[in-house]
Design a protein. Structure first.
Lengths: 264, 678
């Protein structure tokens, strides 16, 4: 058989295989494979499915980046959150840093690294670790929490922490946004910290340890950029307050705050 | 420079484009979309059967600001493609982008492998490649084309299509214009979308504020106002959540012109002017009106409807309406397209002279969603406040549940929800109801006529009047807070295959249940479905329908073979997952029918009913011989196979009855050749 004939037969076979006669054998959802290159079509199909609903997004939020007067002992506070992922799985980071200008030190520096996953329409369950970078009292915790939107528009972030020593503590944060105008927004906020036991090294007593209530009035120049002013009242209670008094510190403080909320 | 080019009807599009390119800044607007001041006295005849289209990046000037667009042949919108029903069309699409592209011919009954959806109909057009589309279509009317790749549609990759009828056009007019409505963002579409994922109300600057609370409390009483706020808060829903992307980020366009650009169309007093209105937006449902000038709707989604006069209509993304207007006064009229949430509008001028400017009406007050849009059962815990008339439905006070059935919006029947729930479904419609007899959100109480789907009646009798043999219930689902959207609670990225597999020629009913509080323009590729708005054989046939919040409606169609995309035409809803494939497998036993429902194997189908209504007799006479159907249909004329012969022009069937009330007595072909179009 000549090469030319072979080529002709091969050519005819390819033409036949590519012809729509073979469409009859195709499967639902892949019928176009009968007309186009199968691999190219498979790749396009995979991309199509992934692209429509399977995308990943990132989010970086500085919820509170502010100066706190703290009754003459001013602080710089950064409370943020960032996530990266898709609708099903997200890697979430929650840094919170408090810098004391007078003492020139970080009173608090913690980061949580969490895996976040929806458990309900408006809530995600979050699990991971938290590390406190405070000099002399570095600690690592396991974290289990929920974050989401409760009825009546309360933003909730609640977490349970278990330290390497087995100490258990918990934190509950709630925020609400009251629109005075489309851009002027009053945000009341509360944070409650609890501990299951006393840990004197970190000056935390059992039960409700600290409570914080504040309100911030922000103006959204852009949705992503909003300077604010506000007031925040922090109070340590119970045994935690006793620790602070023993250290010669005031267990309660009222701060005027000024800062900026931004996200991208 | 001669802006008014004369391009012969058979001239290829290239000629027009070459002329446009010499116009500098004006080249960014194709000839057909130019303002009257720039020489547009109607539509340029850029017609032919062969088209060369290049998809590339172009800087564009919108309202005096420069933006970056993805364009077809360098213009936004793309060139008007005009050809004749049944003609064999060749379109060579060259991709000058660094990413894949595609063109979907919206509403055109092309063979599915020519439908232009990457991953469904073909692999897409790679950078640097040229893809050749070839098809003929058995239809005429106003349509459009757009990218089905990524978010290119938002960036300007869209343009109009006019298919002239093979025979006489039953619509008589002296002059015609295409109005392509769209939404433009100077932000990159991916950024627009990504912000919604991070904060779903980021573009909503019409939320209810503390001040609104005080105003409402004063007007309706404190108790009712508190109940109302508690109900919405309980559900974590906002009654102002009407458009996801608003005038805060969009510049709305008519033919690529912002209000500031004052696009102008001219007329002579007493002329019948046909406006072909296409909503080519990515995310914007528009209310369209011409204050002071009634419009007679003569076509919807390309196909003729019995003339119905109205003053305003809501046009979903991807819908098209043809209207006839007869301006009798020598004054400037405003062509107004207003976003459904009233956050913005675009105004163009329709005037006797090119240098006139219409007075733009003030934006109307934004509408609010009501309990009707939730379609929730009255015994839902969150509905307690509503039951006492917390919304503006005071008459509901004292009603018991049984009474719901008698209310025009109460379906009464509790809806079953046999679909996936979970984080992607924030609510379900417990008592969805038909809303075809409503004009759409915000148009219920306008002080003039507003079009309702229930008013639309096909001009031609429906080609296939068999009862559906299969019913498929599809729920429109989503979670606004997470900006997740889906069908039946399943995003496309989580789907394992087609939504449903049908058999060619099968009569199918899609029952749409909107479980969300948003209006979704739902588009099924490759089919015209009858909107079941009554018992008649003249149901309107559409390719896209606005499904209102809490609505349940039925769409009947005769399955056309192929794999077809089925999606919400709000681009970011689709991108978030509100898309599926509907697969129609080639014939198996049932007599094969084409996508118009006509039997393929016989020259003419016998009506099933023994008593022939006059309309049915006409339907038969309107049918085409089988050989031509195959030519039209071209399902088996794949790429590389022998092209089917063009469909010869044929005289239109007599259509006396349905044409009543239509002023076409003096109609002849000459009168529609639009001598004044240049």
């Amino acid at each position: 058989m000549s090469v030319r004939l072979l080529t002709a037969i091969a050519g005819a076979a390819i033409t036949l295989a590519a012809s729509p006669i073979f469409a009859q054998t195709s499967v639902p959802g892949a019928q176009a494979d009968a007309y186009w290159d199968k691999d190219a079509q498979a790749a396009a199909r995979a991309a199509l499915y992934k692209e429509h609903g399977g995308g990943t997004t990132y989010y970086v939020l500085a919820d509170r980046l502010e100066y706190q007067s703290n009754e003459g002992d001013p602080l710089l506070l950064f409370d943020g959150q960032a996530w990266w992922g898709n609708d099903r799985n997200k890697l979430t980071l929650k840094p919170e840093i408090e810098y004391d200008f007078t003492a020139d030190r970080f009173d608090e520096a913690e980061v949580q690294a969490l895996w976040s996953r929806p458990i309900a329409r408006y809530f995600d369950v979050q699990a991971g670790v938290r590390h406190d970078f405070v000099a002399g009292a570095d600690r690592t915790f396991g974290v289990l929490g929920v974050q989401g939107l409760a009825p009546y528009w309360f933003d909730i972030d609640a977490a349970l922490f278990v330290s390497g020593d087995g100490d258990i503590s918990a934190r509950f944060e709630a925020e609400y946004e009251l629109l005075l105008t489309q851009r002027l927004i009053l945000q009341p906020r509360t944070e409650l910290n609890f501990a299951a036991q006393s840990v004197s090294e970190v000056r935390v007593g059992s039960g409700l340890s600290t409570a914080e209530i504040g309100a911030r009035l922000r103006y959204e120049i852009k949705r992503q950029f909003a300077p604010y002013v506000g007031v925040s009242w922090t109070r340590s209670v119970g045994e935690t307050a006793d620790f602070l008094r023993a250290d010669g510190e005031d267990p309660g403080a009222v701060s005027f705050v000024a800062g900026v909320r931004l996200w991208f | 420079m001669n802006l008014v080019e004369s391009v012969s009807r058979r001239g290829v599009l290239k000629a027009g484009m070459a002329g446009g390119a010499a116009l500098g800044a004006l080249s960014l607007i194709p000839a057909w979309a130019r303002s009257a001041a720039s020489g547009n006295k109607g539509i340029f005849e850029l017609a032919g059967s062969e088209f060369d289209l290049a998809i590339g990046h172009t800087p564009v000037n919108i309202g005096g600001r420069t933006g970056h667009a993805v364009t077809t042949n360098g213009t936004l919108p793309g060139p008007l493609l005009r050809f004749r029903e049944g003609e064999r069309i060749t379109l060579r699409v060259k991709n000058l982008l660094e990413e894949d592209t595609s063109i979907h011919w919206h509403g055109l009954l092309v063979p599915f492998q020519m439908d232009g959806v990457p991953g469904v109909s073909f692999p897409g057009v790679k950078p640097g490649e040229t893809f050749v589309y070839e098809y003929s279509v058995p239809q005429s009317g106003t349509y459009w084309y757009h990218s089905h790749s990524g978010l290119q549609e938002q960036s300007g990759h869209y343009g109009p299509i006019i298919i002239d009828p093979a025979g006489k056009d039953p619509i008589q007019f002296d002059r015609e214009y295409v109005l392509v409505l769209s939404d433009w963002s100077f932000l990159h579409p991916h950024e627009v979308f990504s912000r919604l994922k991070k904060s779903n109300d980021v573009y909503n600057f019409q939320q209810r504020t503390a001040l609104d609370f005080l105003t409402d409390a004063k007007a309706k009483g404190l108790r009712l106002t508190i109940d109302d706020r508690l109900s919405w808060g309980c559900m974590r829903m906002s009654p102002t959540d009407i458009a996801d992307v608003t005038g805060a980020v969009y510049t709305y366009l008519i033919n690529g012109h912002a209000t500031a650009d004052n696009w102008t169309a001219i007329f002579n007093a007493g002329e019948r002017v046909r406006l072909r209105i296409i909503n080519a937006s990515a995310m914007t449902i528009f209310n369209f009106r011409i204050p002071g000038l009634p419009m007679t709707v003569v076509a919807a989604d390309g196909l003729h409807v019995q003339p119905v006069e109205t003053d305003e209509f809501q046009i979903g993304v991807a819908e098209t309406y043809d209207v006839i207007v007869t301006p009798s006064k020598l004054r400037a009229y405003a062509l107004v397209a207003e976003s459904i949430d009233r956050s913005g509008q675009v105004v163009a001028t329709f005037a006797p002279e090119p240098d006139m400017r219409a007075t733009a009406p003030l934006l109307r007050e934004r509408p609010l969603l009501t309990h009707k849009d939730m379609a929730m059962a009255m015994d839902d815990p969150c509905m307690k406040g509503m039951a006492h008339g917390g919304m503006d439905h005071g008459s509901m006070a004292g009603m018991d549940h049984g009474g719901m059935a008698g209310m025009d919006h109460g379906g009464g029947e509790k809806q079953a929800h046999d679909h996936k729930m979970g984080a992607g479904v924030d609510m379900v419609a417990m008592v969805p109801a038909s809303r075809l007899d409503e004009p759409g959100l915000g148009l219920e109480n306008v002080p003039h006529r507003a079009l309702r789907y229930s008013q639309l009646k096909s001009l031609e009798p429906n080609p296939d009047t068999r009862e559906p043999s299969r019913e498929v219930e599809v729920h429109l689902t989503g979670n606004m807070e997470r900006f997740m959207w889906s069908f039946d609670g399943v995003k496309m990225s989580d789907a394992k295959g087609p939504l449903v597999t049908l058999a060619e020629g099968e009569r199918v009913r899609f029952v749409m249940v909107n479980d969300t509080m948003m209006t979704h323009p739902i588009h099924l590729h490759g089919q015209f479905f009858e909107v079941v708005n009554g018992e008649s054989d003249f149901k309107p046939r559409k390719h896209t329908i606005n499904v209102k919040p809490g609505e349940k409606c039925a769409l009947d169609f005769t399955a056309n073979a192929g794999d077809w995309a089925f999606h919400c035409h709000l681009l970011f809803h689709m991108h978030a997952g509100m898309m599926q494939v509907v697969s129609v497998m080639p014939g198996d036993g049932e007599p094969a029918r084409d996508h118009l429902g006509r039997l393929k194997d016989q020259p003419a189908s016998k009506p099933s009913s023994a008593e022939e209504k006059p309309s049915q007799a006409k339907r038969k006479s309107a049918q085409k011989p089988t050989s031509e159907l195959h030519a039209d249909h071209g399902r088996h004329s794949g790429h590389g196979s022998k092209p089917a012969p063009p469909n010869p022009a044929e005289p239109a069937a007599p259509k006396a009855d349905p044409m009543k009330g239509m002023d076409h007595g003096s109609m002849d072909h000459g009168s529609m050749d639009h001598g004044d179009r240049r």
